[in-house]
Design a protein around this ligand. Structure first.
Ligand SMILES: O=P(O)(O)OC[C@H]1O[C@H](O[C@H]2O[C@H](CO)[C@@H](O)[C@H](O)[C@H]2O)[C@H](O)[C@@H](O)[C@@H]1O
Length: 524
């Protein structure tokens, strides 16, 4: 699959406007079926009354005369293709009245029947793309000619997906002309606070791309699911794709967003405000282990979880999803925490398991096992004579600890770790008095957290992910949740971070988690 790179930062796109049917949901088919039933009924009654036959409604009629247009305009446009003129009537006309509005109202009843019986199928890649844009701070709107857009979004569980929704009901209320006129797209951009030159339109209908073109939008993306790429292009699409999975969005780098930790508010003093969020929303809690749940100590095996912290984690996990995301080996950290109700992501997120049979290893990670084994052997030899140096093998990572090493020997350890990483094609990272070697793959704690949100079905708008961590590797998670979550850095020192709050130490973490847990107990 070829990937089209969309870079909202570089191109300066501030807003994306999406059509619904055929772009976000597979409801175009439901509409097409309802239209066909309407016109099959109507044309056969008319033919028998007038004793002559009229060419029946065909699939292509939906695409050519109806798709993307407001309901009554669709009726008028199709009837015109069959040289039939009916009075416009009134929107209050009953569905059996032979007016444009009456037929349109009958179509709506038929559509609602389809919706109730068939449900709504969602294009998952579209939803993932829209959520990603939102995480990047790009505004999103839904513009649909359908007066059923709210019902469709509701049935699909996507009510919170858009900052602005402008559907057929709104368009009528504000007397906005439907597609192919650009009025609804222009109004949506205005409501998002963006100009058309800063906004992108994503459409699958000919009338829709034409509206985007007429509105002077920065980019019109045509979505071709039915083999009409040439027509989409001819009518205004700048690019045509088959699925939104083809669009790649470049994330805003964490460096661009980082702030000085000392300038951030303390999460404990804001605990009431943060916890108040969870009166209506659900938290998904992600926690680092060392330096977050246990204080940093001289040796890894001495970092034992307190009984109090374990009790709070157990209580929390009975109210919401709780995952431990650690650089440690997954089995090691799961053993240290000792709670089966939690999810554990070990080796910096390469190795995940949790209740209900959740099990995932990064698909490329096992190819690095021989390299990790060789690096372990090489380093074991090279640091053997250095007092205090510790080697810790995790399934998909290798840590070289120097906390107990004399200062004048640390450079030697660093060179050995860097040499082994280079020789074996591994990635070298740093942490608290530790060098770490891990698979050289585009994967980190942030990606693991996003993967978990999706795997645990926690991407709904009513879920707020919360991540607490203390080390460099936790910055990837803070950055990943920058737009739709809460990041809390555990630190009492000055450093740059993508978190939004700080907590001074593990005791403060315990107090914060207790407040959160008490809030959830009261709510549930
Ligand atoms: O992601 P985390 O759960 O925070 O794990 C990061 C590393 O933590 C451990 O090392 C750190 O904690 C040790 C115990 O307090 C300390 O002795 C060491 O200096 C720290 O770097 C763990 O041993 C590593 O495997 C983790 O990658």
């Amino acid at each position: 699959m070829s990937r089209t790179r969309i870079d909202p930062n570089e191109e300066g796109y501030a807003a994306f406007i999406f059509d619904l049917d055929g772009v976000v949901t597979r409801t175009a088919r439901l509409h097409a079926v309802a239209w066909k039933r309407l016109f099959d009924e109507y044309l056969s009654q008319r033919s028998s009354r007038r004793n002559g036959s009229i060419r029946a409604f065909e699939d292509d009629d939906y695409r050519r005369f109806i798709d993307g247009k407001p309901r009554y305009e669709g009726v008028r446009s199709f009837l015109k293709s069959r040289k039939i003129t009916l009075p416009y009537g009134d929107p209050a006309d009953p569905p059996d009245r032979k007016t444009i509005c009456g037929l349109g109202n009958r179509k709506n009843l038929l559509f609602q029947e389809q919706l109730a019986t068939g449900g709504v199928e969602v294009f998952k890649s579209s939803v993932a793309f829209i959520r990603k844009l939102r995480r990047l701070g790009v505004k999103t709107a839904l513009v649909s000619s359908s007066k059923n857009a709210a019902a469709v979004l509701d049935a699909a569980g996507l009510v919170d997906l858009f900052d602005v929704r402008l559907d057929g009901v709104e368009a009528e209320r504000f007397s906005l002309r439907g597609k192919p006129h650009p009025d609804t797209f222009l109004e949506a951009a205005r409501r998002l606070g963006a100009t058309p030159e800063q906004s992108v339109v994503v459409e699958d209908a000919i009338a829709g791309v034409a509206a985007g073109k007429a509105g002077g939008f920065a980019l019109v993306i045509g979505v071709d699911r039915t083999g009409q790429a040439a027509e989409l292009e001819a009518n205004g699409a700048d690019i045509v794709i088959e699925d939104l999975a083809e669009l790649k969005v470049r994330p805003i780098s964490s460096v661009q967003r980082s702030k000085a930790a000392e300038a951030l508010p303390d999460a404990l003093s804001c605990a009431a405000g943060i916890c108040a969020l969870f009166a209506e929303k659900r938290p998904a809690v992600f926690l680092d282990y060392d330096g977050t749940l246990t204080p940093i100590v001289t040796r890894p095996e001495l970092a034992v979880l307190s009984a109090d912290m374990r009790a709070i984690l157990a209580e929390l996990a009975s109210h919401c999803s709780v995952a431990i995301v650690s650089g440690r080996d997954r089995a090691d950290v799961a053993h240290l925490v000792g709670l089966e109700s939690l999810v554990y992501a070990g080796s910096h997120g390469f190795d995940i398991a949790g209740p209900g049979g959740l099990q995932e290893e990064h698909e490329g990670a096992s190819a690095f096992l021989p390299a990790l084994d060789r690096a372990e052997t090489q380093l074991r030899g090279e640091i053997a004579g250095i007092k205090g140096a510790l080697l810790e093998r995790k399934k998909f990572a290798l840590a070289v600890h120097y906390r107990l090493v004399a200062r004048n020997r640390i450079a030697h350890i660093q060179r050995a770790a860097a040499g082994a990483a280079e020789n074996q094609g591994l990635r070298l990272t740093t942490g608290k008095k530790v060098f770490e070697l891990r698979p050289d793959l585009d994967w980190d704690k942030g990606k693991a957290v996003l993967w978990l949100l999706s795997a645990l079905d926690l991407e709904a708008g009513d879920v707020v992910p919360l991540y607490i961590g203390d080390d460099n590797t936790d910055e990837d998670a803070f950055a990943a949740l920058w737009d739709n979550g809460i990041g809390i850095l555990v630190t009492d020192a000055s450093r740059r971070t993508s978190a939004q709050y700080i907590l001074s130490d593990t005791q403060a973490v315990e107090r914060f988690l207790r407040s959160l847990s008490e809030r959830l107990v009261r709510r549930d």
